[in-house]
Design a protein around this ligand. Structure first.
Ligand code: NDP
Ligand code: MG
Length: 389
């Protein structure tokens, strides 16, 4: 078979982000295995143009329509097709020129193109955790109907996925999600009250986009990940435990019904789970730095402080109650993080806003997709109006 037939054609949705750029590094290291067919960005036209010239994809999409003319002009001497706007993301996801969608758009905006890709029968390598938080029941049901594998990119879920290879799902007693604890591990509310975005954006172990970095500092990231895990691995709320592990070497664990625990370990580097998701079911050799037990001889574990980091308690409520509550939690959080990043509200106010939105927006036990879109809009408006954004 020719190399080209063995290549997987990858659609990188969110190619200019932290996950997207690392995915393109992985793809560039393995041109015999992967070819990037679709690249998308929202605002970063310069980087999208550079990526397009370097990788020569079939299609690029720029979300912000005001940037279309510039991207089109810059690529006018190539065969690359250029589209713009939110709708174009869905239209392109419905095309047949790719095999795997790497869903690496941040936030709720990633949901519609991912649904379109599932309906289109494409494999999903899922980085965008908000998709499953908002509409996990609907997404997993659609994927089941279409027999589409959803392969997690999030490092904790990739770890659990890897621990489950060769195991029966019915053998799982619980999963243990590890959390670094973020930059404010051990701090108390009187300290957090005065935290500014410059502090919150300094993650000790991972370099990521700004939204997820703030989510890591507030522990909302771990809350979203509990809900993501529930859907990906068909778990009950009481089968999901969070443990603080500041070194981020154990990426997560599965405990089986005989008491045996499997852990997946490695240095904290997102390229590894990205590569795993694209190459699955194969493993590909690489020269990423290796973990050395002699250089780090202590791995430690602790309980999360949910009294201080109340987002984790709010996310647990959303996880247990389900319905539209995780969608409301996510939408309120997106607006709260947006406001914090613009110095409009304080660190602890983010949690207060989310809690109020969860109280305010009417609960729906089994929401349709349209009802979820409505709940998302209501929660966003509620928080934006409360802050007077
Ligand atoms: P970034 O903010 O770095 O990148 C986001 C990407 O999405 C960019 O390409 C951005 O385009 C694009 N984008 C932003 N807003 C929109 C929109 N409204 N419509 C379409 N595209 C949009 O995020 P990350 O790469 O850090 O995270 C991506 C997703 O992966 C998130 O859901 C995150 O939770 C998840 N994740 C990330 C990890 C990480 O290490 N970074 C780890 C685990 C999960 P532009 O650059 O033009 O703004
Ligand atoms: Mg993670």
């Amino acid at each position: 078979m020719s190399a080209q037939l063995l290549q997987k054609r990858i659609a990188v949705f969110g190619s200019t982000g932290s996950i997207g750029t690392q995915a393109l590094d992985v793809i560039a290291d393995h041109p015999d295995k992967f070819s990037p067919e679709i690249l998308t960005a929202q605002n970063n036209d310069e980087l999208l143009i550079q990526q397009a010239i370097r990788f020569n994809p079939n299609i690029v999409v720029i979300g912000n329509e005001n940037k279309y003319a510039k991207v089109k002009e810059a690529l006018s001497t190539t065969d690359i097709k250029v589209f713009a706007g939110e709708k174009a993301l869905e239209e392109v996801a419905a095309m047949n020129c790719y095999d795997v969608m790497l869903a690496a758009i941040v936030g709720f905006a990633g949901l519609k193109p991912t649904i379109q890709a599932i309906e289109n029968g494409k494999v999903i390598a899922l980085a965008n955790k908000e998709t499953l938080v908002v509409a996990g029941d609907i997404i997993m049901q659609k994927a089941l109907e279409k027999r589409i594998p959803i392969i997690p990119v999030d490092s904790e879920h990739s770890a659990i996925f890897q621990c489950l290879v060769g195991e029966q799902r019915s053998s799982v007693e619980k999963i243990i999600l590890t959390a670094s604890g973020g930059p404010f591990l051990g701090k108390k509310p009187n300290f957090l009250e005065n935290v500014k975005k410059e502090h919150a954006l300094q993650h000790p172990n991972w370099s990521m986009g700004s939204k997820i970095t703030i989510d890591s500092a507030t522990l909302m990231n771990k809350g979203l990940e509990m809900i993501e895990a529930k859907h990906l691995f068909a778990l009950k709320a009481n089968q999901i435990q969070v443990v603080i592990h500041p070194q981020s070497i154990i990426h997560s664990m599965v405990q089986f019904k005989d008491g045996s625990i499997k852990a997946q370990m490695g240095l904290p580097d997102m390229k590894l789970p990205i590569q795993y998701s694209l190459a699955f079911p194969q493993r590909i050799a690489n020269n990423f730095p290796r973990f050395d037990f002699k250089r780090m001889n202590t791995l430690s574990f602790d309980e999360p402080d949910i009294r201080t980091f109340r987002n984790l308690a709010l996310a647990t409520t959303a996880l247990e109650k389900g319905g539209n509550l995780p969608c409301v939690l996510n939408a309120a959080n997106e607006i709260a993080v947006f406001a914090f990043l613009r110095n409009r509200i304080g660190f602890l106010e983010m949690t207060n806003m989310i809690e109020k939105a969860m109280d305010k927006i009417p609960f729906i036990e089994t929401p349709t997709l349209n009802e979820l879109f409505e709940s998302d809009g209501e929660a966003r408006n509620f928080v934006a109006n409360s802050i007077k954004l």
